[in-house]
Design a protein around this ligand. Structure first.
Ligand SMILES: [Zn+2]
Length: 139
């Protein structure tokens, strides 16, 4: 498989790894948006969080928590933006699930995750809720 993140996980490509356990590996983003910008991936190749096996959900989230804690202690950011670009139209550039852990500082001129899109629905929240719930129970 020609996946860079799988190769990093297998140590076939060098990366600046900051955390690793049996299930995940976290390394500095090669194009950091801020000091300490880290990417965490499951070692298993899965495209997105919906495809993530149940047994890996906890290790991935624990890894994110652990890396954020390490960065907080060592680099002392004032906050974090933590997120996933899921799908091509949301900006996913690698087809291997990866969680961005982006340290934030007071007055860093960055924006919140609410700034990524402004495409509000025309239907009511009740309609949306019902569509989600009914589809879930319908399948
Ligand atoms: Zn992969």
């Amino acid at each position: 498989m020609d996946c860079i993140f799988c190769k990093i996980a297998k140590k076939e490509i060098d990366a600046h790894i900051v955390f690793e356990d049996a299930s995940v590996v976290a390394f500095l983003d090669i194009h950091p948006l801020s000091l300490g910008h880290t990417v965490l991936v499951p070692k298993t190749h899965v495209e997105n969080i919906i495809e993530l096996p149940s047994e890996l959900v906890s290790p991935v989230f624990s890894g994110v928590r652990g890396v954020a804690s390490m960065i907080k202690t060592s680099l002392h950011p004032d906050g974090f933006t933590i997120g996933i670009n899921h799908g091509k139209w949301a900006g996913q550039d690698m087809d291997h699930l990866h969680i961005h852990i982006i340290p934030r500082w007071k007055d860093d001129k960055g924006k919140s995750i609410h700034s990524v899109v402004q495409n509000p629905p025309t239907e009511s929240l009740t309609e949306t809720k019902n569509r989600i719930i009914n589809n879930e129970h319908g399948n």
